[in-house]
Design a protein around this ligand. Structure first.
Ligand SMILES: O=C(O)C1=C[C@@H](OP(=O)(O)O)[C@@H](O)[C@H](O)C1
Ligand SMILES: C=C(OP(=O)(O)O)C(=O)O
Length: 426
């Protein structure tokens, strides 16, 4: 298969019903919590994609049992965690950040590395915080991959100050492990605002479901009391951020798309798509778990602060490039530290196809322009690929580079996308 994938363009407004794979963020939290719980449990309808398979492999290499059931669920059995191991983080922020704090509870030296770009993604402040909590880290002073965590079996824990403005995952990581530290953990953020707060709420909610006491009453402070993490089975919701391109299919074509099993209440930031698409002129309705988006004749531009939902930026930016009025996307300086520098990547690639884009430190301004076909580069970033296929809905001859990069969070995205765009027989 060519490295350049012709993005399919529908010829008539579509009317589709789509079921999506599970959430990366929920699956990887469920796996970590199951691995440090007080007994075996089941992760039902997990996402099986590169990021979650890497998480399962990391926990398995420590000594955790992760077994498949016939239904495709995972049975997780906490293990002895008494060995040295190597962890491949790939390009998964959740593996690089969520695993080191639990390795403090293991006995052994665990070495972490990942894809070339992963060595550039931020983790230093979290490693420094872990050191302050009593975990020995050997990172050669780099504050980045590769590094080793020397687990001694117990972690003192306690109060720690961290600048988590580069990633909410620093906070989530410390909280996920914190109940198993001798004194729990009391995390205080100092610095520019923490992005992606719904993802920290997701962490807090899941910890509470596992019987862990969490105090999040004050802004920028999260305290986890020491205690057991009770074993608990999880049903994983569909990935609502990965719903973005599919909802965009309705939004950008004046068609109708329904995503099934949309939760009535959720901490996933993708739920914000309902509000965003409404602002862009779509009709959006949620009825008995069916989220339906009906696109307008032309989408409208929007002025949005995406600080809390930064991972939606690539898909939203692509939709803005198809709108009939200017858009301003703000508050997402931190996404320069995502799978690629997403602000520069979006400005470059939308611009290559004719979009009128201004790159700013913390976002993008996008004005209406006539788009043309061409190559859309993806920089190993699944969500850049989503942006490319969205443009391909409205522009002939868009070639998306390395569509397989979508396997980070979506198995066979190209197949699912072709079927959604062209109908079930595709
Ligand atoms: O905790 C999580 O599961 C995530 C938190 C966010 O990270 P940042 O806070 O680094 O943006 C988000 O962008 C990422 O896709 C998933
Ligand atoms: C930022 C993302 O991923 P990660 O979990 O690797 O940080 C993302 O999926 O948009």
């Amino acid at each position: 298969m060519s490295d350049l994938w012709p993005a399919p363009r529908p010829h008539d407004p579509v009317d589709r019903r789509v079921s999506l794979p599970g959430s990366k963020s929920l699956t990887n939290r469920a796996l970590v919590l199951a691995a440090i719980a007080d007994g075996p449990s089941v992760v039902r309808r997990p996402l099986r994609s590169r990021d979650t398979l890497l998480m399962a492999a990391a926990l398995t290499s420590l000594g955790t049992g992760v077994e498949d059931t016939e239904d495709g669920d995972w049975v997780v059995t906490p293990g002895p965690w008494d060995r040295d191991a190597d962890v491949d983080c790939g390009l998964a922020g959740t593996v690089m950040r969520f695993v080191p704090p639990v390795v403090g509870l293991a006995r052994g030296i665990v070495r972490f590395d990942g894809d070339p770009h992963m060595r550039l993604r931020p983790v230093g402040p979290m490693l420094a915080a872990l050191g302050a909590l009593g975990v020995r880290i050997d990172d050669g002073g780099r504050g980045a991959l590769p590094f080793a965590v020397h687990g001694s079996g117990t972690v003192p824990g306690g109060t720690v100050t961290i600048d988590a403005s580069a990633s909410s995952q620093f906070v989530s990581a410390l909280l996920l492990a914190g109940a198993r530290y001798e004194h729990g953990v009391d995390v205080r953020h100092v610095g520019k605002p923490v992005p992606s707060l719904p993802h920290i709420e997701m962490t807090v909610q899941m910890l509470r479901q596992h019987g862990v006491e969490v105090d999040d009453a004050d802004a920028n402070r999260w305290a986890v009391a020491p205690g057991a993490v009770k074993a608990l089975d999880h049903d994983i919701e569909p990935d609502l951020s990965n719903a973005a391109p599919f909802l965009a299919l309705g939004a950008a074509t004046g068609g109708r798309v329904t995503v099934t099993d949309w939760p009535s209440s959720t901490t996933q930031p993708g739920d914000e798509l309902r509000e965003i698409l409404t602002l862009m002129g779509c009709e959006v309705s949620l009825t008995e778990g069916d989220l339906t988006v009906v696109g307008p004749e032309r989408l409208h531009g929007v002025d949005l602060d995406l600080h809390d939902v930064g991972e939606l930026t690539p898909a939203v930016a692509a939709l803005c490039a198809l709108a009939d009025s200017p858009s301003h996307l703000r508050g997402v300086a931190h996404i320069r530290g995502h799978e690629t520098d997403r602000i520069t990547a979006l400005a470059t690639e939308l611009g290559r196809l004719g979009a009128d884009v201004t790159e700013r430190e913390d976002g993008l301004s996008i004005r209406p322009a006539t788009l043309r076909g061409g190559t859309f580069r993806t920089y190993a970033d699944h969500r850049m690929a989503h942006a490319g296929v969205i443009l391909g809905l409205a522009v002939d001859d868009v070639l998306v580079e390395d569509i397989a990069t979508t396997s980070k969070t979506f198995p066979d995205f190209a197949g699912a996308w072709s079927r959604a765009v062209q109908g079930a027989s595709a």
